[in-house]
Design a protein. Structure first.
Length: 525
């Protein structure tokens, strides 16, 4: 099923669509030579940059037709948001999601053969029972298994393998557990120019396991400060999945609830990748220095490929800015935060200008704090919805897939205007797509980094595009029911200082204007 992602004018024409590799094997990791890569210049790169920009991803340097570090970072950001390995390589799946290439061949009901066998194997590895086994036939049993998988992952349960489901299963080019019918190993990109050794999907515990390995995982989670309901009992159930998700959110990596290579490395369950250290020289050090420079740090001497006192001091300053232990040593967490190791999904909390990732409403497992925002954080001064409307305190209410509600839902008629609750900048635009939880959404960021997330919009307001400066009371969008929503409403989140979500009910209840049905005079920025 084609993904409804807008394309930019003329973007797809710049590419020679792959004619064989995708059709021959939809799980192939074979590179598509017609797609741009690091170092390339020309119209193909320009089309890529335009497509990224259309998705709300900021490309450092703009649309200049040069595939440099800025474009590489933008591609990684987009890939991470889509659940792909953030390699920076424009593979066939990335190109399709950007509207630059045809869809990979996806399995359909009624088909037979190796393509279906690969799907069934992926479902089995995800602990989903396929009635009839791995028989290479996409019948009722496989449809039911796909539906179960989609339900467990919070996707739209259709039984149809769309691109979002294929990515979640790891069966398309560039997805986190890309597999084929003859090989079941995973290669995860971990750092600039390096990859970890291939690992089998069964290397780490999965849902349904009952073993000492699960107990070791649970102990590691507890040691990291994460609560595991039931303790280290060796059973990988909902409690452990929620704990893993919490840990991943805290680490700002993809919150899947699945113990992947990066999660295991951060928990100390798997050896971390080799990272540059004091005294090292070479391309890896240069890549680190470039990442520090991109993050706004000063590296005395520039990216010279030598890890000396200047690089150590820059790492120390970066760690201080991120609230990490300031050692000057590049540990794995620092490497992820600075972008040297791929996997970061949440932008740095000290940044007031962020790039856009096409994501979903943040209704994840119970991880966000319920404490009040600091006294210095920006608070709403305008109620976000024009009346008539209705809302209640639904903070941390259970949601499908073991998630928890991290906002407040304000019920109103579709098309009702939505107001900026404070002065700020539109730093992210999210577009509805198949499997999206939040649908059309917008992020409003105040000067101190505090941001407000609006989800399920039916449309965006004129003058409230990406990068626009808006003032409190300005219309920025309209109530809708896009994404995973059964009724028109606004899902509203509050992130003081750019950090974890806190309950927005206490700060918007005093502003309650649900009985006010008179449209305000819309101010201009």
């Amino acid at each position: 099923m084609a993904l409804a992602i807008p394309t930019v004018g003329g973007a797809s024409a710049a590419y020679a669509a792959p004619k064989t590799s995708v059709d021959q094997n939809f799980a192939s990791s074979k590179k598509t030579s017609s797609l741009p890569r690091l170092g390339d210049k020309g119209q193909a790169v320009r089309a890529l940059q335009q497509a990224l920009t259309a998705q709300g991803i900021a490309v450092s340097g703009g649309v200049d037709g040069v595939f440099g570090q800025g474009t590489l970072t933008a591609v990684k950001t987009f890939q991470s948001s889509m659940g792909l390995i953030a390699s920076g390589e424009v593979n066939s799946t990335t190109a399709f999601l950007l509207g630059l290439a045809p869809s990979p061949t996806l399995p359909k009901r009624g088909q037979r053969g190796a393509l279906i066998t690969t799907l069934q194997q992926a479902l089995t590895r995800a602990s989903i029972t396929v009635r009839g086994g791995v028989d290479g036939i996409f019948g009722a049993g496989t449809t039911a298994a796909v539906t179960t998988f989609q339900t467990n992952r919070g996707l739209t349960a259709t039984g149809i393998v769309d691109i979002t489901t294929a990515i979640a299963l790891g069966i398309v080019d560039g997805s986190a557990t890309t597999t084929t019918t003859t090989a079941t190993t995973t290669t995860t990109t971990t750092a600039a120019g390096t990859t970890t050794a291939p690992t089998t999907p069964s290397q780490f515990p999965v849902v349904g396991d009952f073993s000492d390995a699960v107990k070791t995982l649970q102990k590691a989670l507890i040691a990291s400060g994460i609560t595991v309901r039931g303790g280290a009992d060796g059973r990988f159930g909902r409690a452990t999945t929620a704990a893993v998700t919490t840990f991943q959110l805290n680490m700002r990596i993809a919150a899947t609830g699945i113990v992947d290579q990066l999660t295991a490395q951060l928990l100390g369950l798997s050896p971390a990748p080799v990272l540059p250290k004091m005294g090292d020289t070479g391309d890896a050090v240069k890549a680190l220095q470039n990442a520090l420079l991109t993050a706004g740090m000063t590296v005395k001497g520039g990216a010279d490929g030598r890890f000396g006192a200047a690089t150590k001091n820059s790492i120390t300053e970066f760690q201080k800015a991120q609230g990490l232990q300031s050692t000057g040593i590049l540990d794995l967490r620092s490497a992820i935060y600075v972008g040297f190791v791929a996997g970061l999904t949440t932008p740095a909390t000290n940044s007031t200008t962020t790039t856009t990732t096409n994501t979903t409403t943040t209704t994840t497992s119970p991880t966000a704090t319920t404490t009040a925002p600091s006294a210095s954080a920006t608070v709403p001064t305008v109620f976000p919805v024009l009346g008539p409307c209705w809302f209640a305190d639904t903070w941390q209410a259970p949601r499908s897939g073991g998630r928890r509600h991290e906002g407040v839902d304000i019920i109103a008629k579709s098309g009702t205007p939505l107001y900026a609750v404070a002065n700020g900048t539109i730093t992210r635009i999210f577009l509805d797509r198949p499997g999206s939880l939040g649908g059309n959404a917008v992020r409003l960021t105040a000067a101190d980094g505090t941001y407000f997330h609006y989800a399920h919009l039916s449309a965006f307001a004129d003058g409230a595009g990406l990068g626009a400066t808006v003032v409190a009371g300005q219309v920025i969008g309209y109530v809708g029911s896009t994404g995973s929503s059964s009724t028109p409403h606004l899902h509203f989140e509050y992130h003081p200082g750019g950090g974890a979500a806190v309950n927005p009910f206490p700060v918007i209840k005093p502003l309650d204007a649900c009985k006010n049905t008179t449209p305000a005079t819309t101010p201009t920025a």
